[in-house]
Design a protein around this ligand. Structure first.
Ligand code: ATP
Length: 685
């Protein structure tokens, strides 16, 4: 007998009190041990259109809804008595007549008002619904016939509702449809094209669209894990495109791309666990840009695997620099002594004086050192003469390079004499040492936030990973590259062409916020290796209020508006730690703190520079102090060594704003003092 659980069950389980959850867990474990349900007082639900629904008694008040067929038992829902019965009376569980995937279908005849159901996971605020006085919008899907609608999994009893839906009504309707149908229709609304249906084998339960809502549970340990974190839906149910990337084997380096919130990190973590499960000897590295992001991944790992199960200890989570530092210590017996920016500026200045170099600004020297000499590990004039100065087009002829080289050579010598090194050198040295070894410390290397890997870091991870199938997997979004100049991965031996896949369903950010944030970036982003990231056709799985953009004459007025907005969010029940305020620089954090001073829970709200927003998420976000001169930041613009660097600075400043805005799930407020940042107009247009 197959034992399965549905996402409707975990969502409803999550809403119960701790005491009821304990009782439900015991009943579900009993059911798993004895699927006949003896002892649970199973009763068929008479008023349901689906004769396979049964209720099981958990305690005086709580009922478990199970769906029993000849060879399977599916735990479908749990709730207080009337709620549980009414849920089952309004559902059918069946294989879709066209796609073949098992669906939990709402019986249309039992749905009086096509409004978001109360049991839906997401929040549908008033503002997203029809506003009354406007002329009715035309139906969105009138051009699609039954055949087309069925091909994407629209249940037969919802065909006419879908055809009649307009812009305003669609989100309410979408909440009643199986996810594959609402996603396909949203994609159609955005691009005019319906996605190709997923073709699958004969078993309706193993269809990829079935697996996004119903999961077979093999044993007690799996059940324990699935019920331990019921609020983390991603722990059990993945989108088919995510599942495919988790399960697939790649013959060479592979990449998952996708805009903010599409679940790249989730895929990386699932993949690590899948690889560890399949091979009980495998050691896996799961690395991310910073230590807090690595820590967050370590926490998420526990959602998928129990600490004691033997999997977690075989997965090392680390920051890029953290793992390099450990490896450096292993190789050299000491920790690297990293030269700070101050030291570098000072050594460059001295070297320029000592060699009598004239005609190059200190700013240029530092930028050339950081982005070319150090980043690419240039150690001789020969290499410098031929190195492609990626991301820097100010032309430097052979004579200029010849004049510059003694300065950089002198800096290298000065640093070495003082036993200083740089991060780029640490990564490069390790890459050189590791690339020749046949025995590697890890069997699989998985990197998150890969868009911000420096060239030396990429070389290091490529050398660390074994050169076999599934050796190196990278997750990243070119649109969120904020710390690196673009360069070719393929030129460093990491060629993901043909093994790069883009996720298109955004789970974090409401449709309205994501759409507005997407306007900050081009519709198609192309990386240096020519891989295109098509950002049209991305859809969010829930609706919400439009982001607000406000400008003020003075900081005081900006602060008042922010306080009002936050008070409103707190009043809606959003907890203080779920509110984040981002500013361009750390010097501006006091402006954010003073705006919220005195508000209930102000000390628990996150205030941070945008560069630290990476990987975080909040129910409500304020991006403030978007003033002219702050975004883009004047200091950086003035720092540009050449035209191309200037373009790159403008682009990365935009991306910083994109990253900050896409941390918001439901609410986003952008503010600035007049004259405001030029980027704010993109939001309102
Ligand atoms: N299959 C899923 N079901 C439910 N929620 C999901 C699913 N996949 C991802 N999420 C949720 O979506 C949010 C974003 O996921 P994640 O951080 O992996 O996205 P990302 O693509 O790495 O984002 P970013 O590029 O902004 O770092 C998280 O809250 C995550 O829990």
């Amino acid at each position: 007998m197959n034992f399965l659980i549905a996402d409707t069950f975990t969502a409803s389980f999550n809403r119960l009190s701790g005491l009821d959850q304990k009782a439900v867990k015991a009943s579900v474990f009993d059911l798993q041990m004895d699927p006949t349900g003896n002892g649970l007082q199973l009763h068929r639900i008479e008023n349901s259109k689906d004769a396979n629904f049964w209720s099981a008694r958990v305690n005086r008040d709580v009922r478990l809804i199970v769906h029993k067929t000849g060879d399977s038992i599916l735990v479908a829902y749990v709730g207080h008595h009337d709620d549980a019965y009414s849920w089952a009376e309004r559902r059918r569980i069946e294989a879709h007549p066209r796609t073949g995937a098992i669906q939990i279908v709402e019986v249309r005849a039992r749905v009086e008002d096509v409004a978001p159901p109360s049991t839906f996971d997401f929040i549908f605020p008033e503002s997203a619904k029809g506003k009354g006085t406007r002329a009715p919008a035309p139906p969105l899907f009138s051009a699609l016939d039954d055949d087309a609608l069925l091909s994407v999994g629209v249940p037969t009893d919802w065909l006419s509702d879908v055809r009649a839906a307009d812009d305003d009504g669609f989100f309410a309707l979408a909440a009643h449809l199986p996810a594959e149908a609402s996603e396909a229709l949203l994609e159609y609304a955005a691009t005019g094209l319906l996605p190709a249906p997923i073709l699958a084998g004969a078993n309706p339960f193993t269809h990829p669209d079935a697996l996004r809502r119903i999961r077979p549970i093999a044993d007690q340990e799996e059940l324990e894990q699935a019920l331990a974190f019921p609020w983390e839906k991603w722990g059990v149910f993945l989108h088919p495109s995510q599942r495919a990337l988790v399960d697939r084997s790649f013959s060479g380096p592979a990449r998952v791309a996708g805009s903010a919130g599409t679940g790249k990190t989730i895929v990386a973590i699932h993949r690590a666990v899948r690889l560890a499960r399949e091979n009980p000897h495998a050691r896996i590295l799961l690395a991310s840009f910073s230590q807090p992001l690595a820590d967050a991944m370590a926490k998420k790992l526990l959602v998928l695997a129990p600490e004691t199960g033997g999997i977690v200890p075989r997965i090392t989570t680390a920051s890029f620099r953290g793992i390099a530092e450990q490896m450096y210590q292993l190789e050299n017996g000491v920790r690297p002594r990293i030269a700070s920016d101050l030291v570098l500026r000072e050594r460059l200045h001295s070297a320029a004086n000592a060699t009598g170099l004239k005609g190059f600004s200190e700013r240029f020297l530092l930028s050339e050192w950081t982005n070319v000499i150090d980043a690419w590990g240039v150690t001789s004039l020969d290499t410098y003469s031929t190195v492609q100065r990626m991301g820097r087009k100010s032309r430097l002829g052979p004579n200029q390079r010849e004049r510059l080289w003694p300065v950089f050579d002198e800096v290298r010598a000065a640093l070495a004499a003082e036993r200083y090194t740089t991060w780029a050198d640490v990564f490069t040295g390790l890459a050189d040492a590791l690339s020749h070894r046949t025995s590697k410390s890890f069997d699989h290397v998985i990197i998150d936030e890969a868009q911000d890997l420096a060239p030396a870091e990429l070389r290091f991870f490529a050398a660390l990973a074994p050169g076999k199938a599934d050796g190196l997997f990278l997750a990243g979004d070119v649109g969120q590259r904020i710390f690196q100049h673009p360069y070719s991965w393929a030129s460093l031996g990491v060629d993901v062409r043909g093994r790069s896949h883009t996720l298109k369903v955004c789970y974090r950010t409401s449709q309205q916020i994501r759409r507005a944030a997407d306007r900050l970036l081009p519709a198609v982003l192309r990386d240096t290796d020519g891989l295109e990231d098509e950002r049209r056709g991305i859809i969010s799985v829930f609706d919400g209020p439009a982001p607000e953009v406000k400008s003020f004459d003075a900081e005081r007025a900006e602060a008042d508006c922010i306080r009002d907005a936050i008070e409103g969010w707190l009043g809606e029940g959003i907890a203080a730690p779920e509110i984040g305020l981002f500013v361009r620089t750390s010097q501006l954090v006091p402006r954010a703190r003073s705006a919220i001073a005195g508000l209930a829970g102000a000390e628990e709200m996150v205030t941070a520079p945008m560069s630290l927003a990476k990987g975080l998420e909040f129910r409500a976000v304020v991006v403030m102090a978007c003033d002219e001169g702050i975004l883009p930041l004047d200091e950086r613009v003035a720092d540009a060594a050449d035209e191309v660097e200037l373009d790159d600075i403008y682009e990365t400043e935009r991306r910083l704003l994109y990253v900050a805005c896409t941390r918001a799930r439901e609410h986003l407020l952008l503010t600035g003092v007049i004259p405001t940042s030029e980027y704010l107009t993109d939001f309102t247009n």
